[in-house]
Design a protein around this ligand. Structure first.
Ligand SMILES: *Cc1c(COP(=O)(O)O)cnc(C)c1O
Length: 825
């Protein structure tokens, strides 16, 4: 059947959807409509949507070949946290009504079908979700681009809460089959490891190198086509899957090398088993380095293959036809890998190769925290990638010559800027290699970029000021408003139309309703719908009743000391004490937490247990629970975020100033009408600028003040503990096991880290106690504000209306303008 669907228009959409759905039930799944399960209907429906997408890909591919003047964006990222795709694709392709009608004939709703899809959790948090938002914007705006990553067999672990503790469960996300990927085995490439670099003289008498005696695996691409809103083009997110070239190496076996005989097979099987669950923390594991090289090598080979197909010639013009954006330093090996291919395989000279590389690669930095910076041990690196090591040494030697020349032999500069950190074990600093080889270096918020220039990359900024630029992060309003908040999206469409879906600045028009009580009442109703939906979710998942009429105060993000969930829960304990002392809250409040801890992060796991222990005591206190509740929602992921975030009255963005590079959760909350309580950190600074100081609650020490306190070593949390009675009371309860009488010492380490700096470089290194009073004050103000509902709704509206800057469409347009220099199709 499959009639051509190149133009699925409003007249034939309905027929098309119905026909394809039945076709897939019958022919793809061999089922009848009557006897098929709801899961089979999910697959039939996904395949129906897939058909439209595949057709659009063919059109896009034609454009890639024809429109050779367009530079292609390659976004290399170890993580793409894309979440569910069915509803997202349906909205983008604008077939929602037709599909809802079709499903109604089977007594099904789109909501219940969409729930059957597993979240593709191929990322840890903000960095991976940013990559996903960027693809959405690139597709919507119409820029030809590819995303490259790994096809992890297991995504980020699922979190269960058992007796208040986090328990990790493997995320077998493909167990039922995954409907959105297209395997492309014919475009597989070979990736090499280990071996040695061999010098030889080529036919022209030139000294050349080749990488020999390697272990090899095949990289097989699986493509997910990424749709854009109302866009004809779709993009490719290419996931690389390792596969053994040789199941068994008989030659090695014959020689008695039994390990070698099966090494390649084992390598292929273990290489991409699982995503490393660390967020903003570096752990120098060999397998992780293998993963990084595996996907980067496959991506670079793929880019070169595509380029040759597109131009039918050499690679001299590579940098004008392709740009490679590195999402943090995880794909840094793109630099020596591209050099290696150009030198060893394509026969370019060093100067020619370097010219191409340094005009093709651009680098995004995501953190200034030292524990997150990638530093690979030189012996490990050199053993696995001997030829790359050699190339990096050469890049570095040539670069240090320039440094010595430019800075008059300044030894400090040479030591700081070298790729190699000397010491007991020599290490490779990937941020330095990126800064040397990239034509662009960007931070992800104004504050973060300034801190980069002043601290970790200071010397590079002095050397190459022109490379540095800021690209404040954003989020896609298609997923983070249109898809996740139906009543608000509807209200906005009814009042100002739907231009905001592709131009978020249009929301500015909502300001005319700021003094319109009728409109504000509708806004309040939309918020109430979301709060009721969340209350239902919490009841189903946790069997806890929360009241949508209370103030919903939400902190959802990875659990990290720098994000200071501890400050939040300590303040909740303080409120508990106040209520017990007869000082009642002015408005009843529900504090909601969610987030995963890295499995090996002791302190973060302890904080999860503390939140759950406090929740247990608070929620079961017959007096306190009338005005205060605490819930920890397990397994925070993109789909959970889509339910939780629209329900917030207050968004908690309380990281220690100078630690959160940007944050993107903060933006999702703002777009959905929450007021932010936050520090002057990351993009909060720019949110304040946009929304105005009357509509956001800023508190706490500023980045320079934290910096100064650290420099002078004058911060004394023990002094605060002694002097501040409220804080002392709270900490003593934590320390002596008030919330866990069965294990009274459980939280002693939290106390000792704050007061004595146990397991830490200094006491309370994230300044929790220093900011406590200011935080409590800001919360008092929140209560006052919430008493006046109309005034609150007005502030909520202004947050929505002034959130235009925080669309990833704006971010992408800035990348295009300043870095990628390309045009729309
Ligand atoms: C947006 C998002 C994040 C990032 O949140 P931050 O508050 O910026 O740390 C993390 N995880 C998920 C699932 C998200 O959707």
């Amino acid at each position: 059947m499959s009639k051509s669907i190149s133009k699925v228009n409003s007249n034939n959409k309905k027929d098309f959807v119905e026909n394809q759905f039945e076709y897939h039930l019958k022919h793809t799944l061999a089922e009848t409509p009557e006897y098929s399960s709801i899961m089979q209907k999910f697959f039939a429906l996904s395949n129906t949507v897939r058909d439209i997408i595949a057709e659009r890909w063919l059109q896009t591919e034609e454009k890639i070949l024809k429109r050779r003047e367009l530079r292609i964006v390659n976004y290399l990222s170890m993580e793409f946290l894309i979440g569910r795709l069915l509803y997202n694709n349906i909205l983008n392709l604008q077939v929602e009504d037709e599909i809802k009608e079709l499903l109604s004939r089977y007594d099904l709703t789109l909501d219940e079908i969409a729930l059957l899809e597993e979240d593709a959790a191929l990322g840890n948090g903000g960095l991976g979700r940013l990559a996903a938002c960027f693809l959405d914007s690139l597709a919507t705006l119409g820029y030809l681009s590819y995303g490259y990553t790994i096809r992890y067999q297991y995504g980020l672990f699922k979190q269960e809460i058992e007796n208040g503790f986090q328990r990790e469960v493997p995320d077998d996300w493909m167990k039922n089959g995954y409907p959105w990927e297209f395997p492309k085995p014919e475009e597989s490439v070979k990736v090499k490891f280990f071996g040695r670099s061999e010098a030889y003289t080529d036919e022209k008498g030139r000294l050349r190198f080749r990488w020999v005696d390697t272990y090899d695996v095949l990289a097989v691409p699986y493509d997910i086509y990424v749709t854009g809103y109302d866009s004809d083009i779709v993009l490719v997110l290419r996931l690389w899957q390792p596969k053994a070239l040789n199941e068994f190496n008989f030659a090695e076996f014959e020689k008695g090398n039994y390990e070698k005989a099966v090494y390649e097979k084992n390598l292929a099987e273990t290489l991409c088993k699982v995503l490393y669950p660390n967020d903003a923390f570096f752990q120098g594991r060999e397998l992780r380095l293998k993963q990084e090289y595996f996907f980067v090598s496959a991506a670079i080979q793929d880019i070169i293959r595509r380029h040759k197909r597109r131009y039918r010639n050499d690679l001299y013009n590579l940098s004008s036809a392709e740009v490679i954006q590195l999402n943090d330093t995880h794909p840094t090996l793109a630099i020596p890998e591209l050099m290696r291919i150009l030198l060893d395989e394509e026969g370019y000279t060093w100067e020619e190769a370097w010219e191409i590389v340094k005009n093709t690669i651009a680098y995004t930095n995501h953190t200034v925290m030292p524990e997150a910076l990638e530093k690979w041990e030189a012996p490990l690196f050199q053993n696995m990638l001997p030829r790359h090591y050699q190339i990096i040494e050469e890049i570095n030697a040539r670069f240090l010559n320039e440094v010595a020349y430019k800075f008059d032999g300044d030894l400090h500069k040479i030591i700081n800027m070298s790729v190699f950190e000397e010491g007991n074990i020599k290490k490779l600093r990937m941020a330095n290699l990126c800064s040397i080889a990239s034509f662009s270096i960007n931070g992800v918020s104004e504050l973060h970029t300034e801190i980069l220039k002043k601290t970790v990359l200071k010397d590079f900024y002095e050397m190459y000021p022109e490379k540095f630029n800021n690209k404040t992060n954003g989020v896609t309003q298609r997923r983070w408003l249109l898809e996740c908040n139906p009543p608000l999206a509807k209200l906005i469409k009814e009042s100002i139309g739907d231009g905001w879906i592709t131009d978020l600045y249009e929301l500015k028009k909502l300001e005319i309703f700021q003094d319109d009580p009728e409109f504000l009442e509708k806004l309040d109703k939309a918020k109430m719908w979301n709060k009721e939906r969340l209350a239902k979710y919490v009841k189903e998942k946790l069997d806890i009743v929360i009241d949508p009429n209370t103030l919903f105060d939400i902190q959802v993000k990875r659990i990290h000391e720098y994000k200071r969930q501890l400050l939040n829960i300590l303040h909740v304990i303080h409120l508990y004490n106040e209520i017990r002392a007869g000082k009642h809250l002015k408005v009843p409040r529900t504090f909601i937490f969610a987030g995963k801890s890295a499995p090996g992060y002791r302190m973060a796991k302890l904080i999860i247990k503390l939140i759950n222990s406090v929740a247990n005591v608070v929620n079961n206190d017959p007096i306190v629970s009338k005005e205060l509740k605490v819930v920890f929602i397990p397994n925070y992921n993109v789909s959970a975020a889509q339910i939780i975030i629209p329900a917030a009255n207050i968004s908690e963005q309380i990281s220690t100033a100078g630690t959160e590079a940007s944050g993107t959760g903060n933006m999702k909350f703002m777009i959905n009408g929450a007021l932010t309580i936050g520090t002057l950190d990351g993009a909060n600074v720019e949110m304040l600028e946009e929304v105005g100081e009357d509509n956001i609650l800023i508190f706490g020490l500023k980045a320079e003040e934290i910096e100064e306190a650290k420099r002078k070593g004058k911060y004394n949390p023990f002094g605060i503990y002694l002097e501040n009675e409220k804080i002392r009371k709270v900490l003593d309860m934590v320390r002596t096991g008030y919330f866990t009488p069965e294990t009274p010492e459980l939280f002693e380490d939290i106390f000792e880290t704050l007061i004595y700096g146990k397991h830490a470089p200094m006491p309370d290194q994230y300044f929790v106690l220093a900011d406590f009073d200011a935080y409590a004050q800001a919360h008092k103000k929140i209560e006052e504000l919430f008493l006046n509902k109309q005034e609150w709704n007005r502030k909520s509206l202004l947050n929505i209306a002034r959130s235009g800057k925080f669309s990833s469409d704006r971010t992408i347009e800035e990348y295009v303008r300043d870095i990628w220099k390309t045009q729309k199709v």
